[in-house]
Design a protein around this ligand. Structure first.
Ligand code: NI
Length: 397
């Protein structure tokens, strides 16, 4: 077993971390507006004596903790996201959101509390030879706060040999760690198509080029890309999230155009490029076959979140020492969701892992209006982060 687990020490201030987490939960802020949240984070770090850097990537905060020694020159980055979502909370907790239409529906309040727990433990012990960089990131939910921090010189200003981040996971039992040494989450791309036809009277369709019929053929044709073009052992998803043409108040009007918007999820560059090129070809040629025109607009949002094998295996080993092999899933199936920690993983080797918290069996999934972070798992997250620091930069070799 791990010679000196941080867990027992961190459990001593569990209640304090719960109070902090619930305060954040009651006061959610959306991406790049985490002014109160980042102020609380910076204040808590300063109270611990941590060197604090505010305003990294707009509302991001970085805390730097040096070990008892740091002549090893080693450094490790730990990331927590801080933002909430534009969802109206339907939970009944005493600490539920006080901000109309906003809530912590993804548990980033818990992630922030966890990393502050790690900070407190590391400041009390400093049993490592190197530098821990605590990265409190804004705007994970769709706005790319991780990229904003990277673009703001995060890794030039705060060098990190390796980086780690966690996300709570309701589908894993509380206290279970889930990871794998490769893809953890997918690349998320947004696509949009406008089909240009020729409008007219619904009683005289032969005088028109009906964009709705063309759009329907495009939707059907797109279904063949995953089944007929992508290699059967690779993964891809093409989903349509929006389709609009005409008006329900004018049923006898064939409109001039139809509008489609959707998402593509992939794990590899090769598959991503294949899907985009097949979509472009199919959409243009299907439209042309009907005498219409259609053009694909394809926007790459978040890249795939790919763990480095070395850091993922190291994390799984440390988690096994702390919590036992029965509580570590080392071959977790990747999610087709996305995560902007991927922008940091493009710059530094590292690993992204799941901290099981249960709740899925009661329907409390991420982004659900009844979601709540499970406070019981806070010390485990804090302890695992702390152990990564102590283990990757030991005082004695
Ligand atoms: Ni999240």
């Amino acid at each position: 077993m791990y010679p000196r687990s941080p867990l027992a020490s961190i459990q001593k201030f569990h209640q304090e971390l719960i109070a902090l987490r619930r305060d954040l939960h009651a006061n959610p802020e959306i991406g790049f507006q985490e002014v109160r949240t980042s102020g609380i984070v910076a204040g808590a770090l300063e109270a611990l004596g941590v060197e604090v850097h505010r305003g990294v990537g707009k509302t991001g905060v970085v805390g730097v903790i040096r070990g008892q020694r740091h002549d090893s020159g080693l450094s490790i980055g730990l990331r927590a996201d801080m933002d909430a979502l534009p969802i109206k909370e339907e939970g009944d907790a005493a600490y539920c959101s006080t901000v109309p239409g906003l809530m912590h529906a993804c548990g980033h309040d818990g992630h922030t509390a966890i990393l502050l727990g790690t900070a407190k433990y590391l400041m009390q012990n400093r049993d490592f030879n190197g530098t821990a960089v605590l990265i409190f990131q804004p705007a994970e939910e769709g706005l790319g706060g991780a990229k904003a921090m990277v673009d703001d010189g995060l890794f030039e200003r705060f060098p990190c040999d390796s980086i780690y981040a966690l996300h709570n996971w309701p589908a894993l039992p509380a206290g279970t760690i889930g990871i794998n040494p490769g893809p953890m989450m997918a690349a998320s791309d947004r696509w949009e198509v406008t089909v240009e036809g020729r409008g007219g009277h619904g009683a005289h369709p032969y005088q028109t080029i009906d964009p709705i019929v063309v759009a329907a053929h495009i939707v059907t044709a797109l279904q063949t890309i995953v089944s007929r073009n992508v290699h059967p052992v690779e993964s891809a998803v093409i989903s349509l999230g929006h389709i609009q043409a005409g008006s329900p108040t004018t049923p006898s009007v064939i409109p001039s155009r139809a509008h489609l918007v959707g998402t593509v999820r992939t794990f590899s560059d090769t598959v991503q490029k294949l899907v985009e090129s097949r979509m472009r070809a199919l959409i243009a040629s299907v439209a042309e076959a009907f005498g219409a025109t259609a053009e694909l607009k394809y926007h790459r949002s978040y890249p795939a979140t790919i763990n480095s094998a070395q850091q993922a295996n190291f994390l799984a080993d440390v988690a096994t020492d702390l919590f036992g092999a029965q509580n570590v899933v080392r071959d977790l199936i990747p999610s087709m969701g996305s995560e902007d920690f991927s922008f940091m993983l493009q710059k530094r080797p590292g690993a992204y892992f799941r901290l099981g918290q249960g709740g899925a069996e009661q329907g409390r999934f991420l982004h659900n209006p009844k979601f709540d972070f499970n406070d019981e798992v806070i010390p485990m997250g804090s302890a695992l982060f702390a152990a990564l620091v102590e283990r990757s930069m030991p005082l004695e070799k």
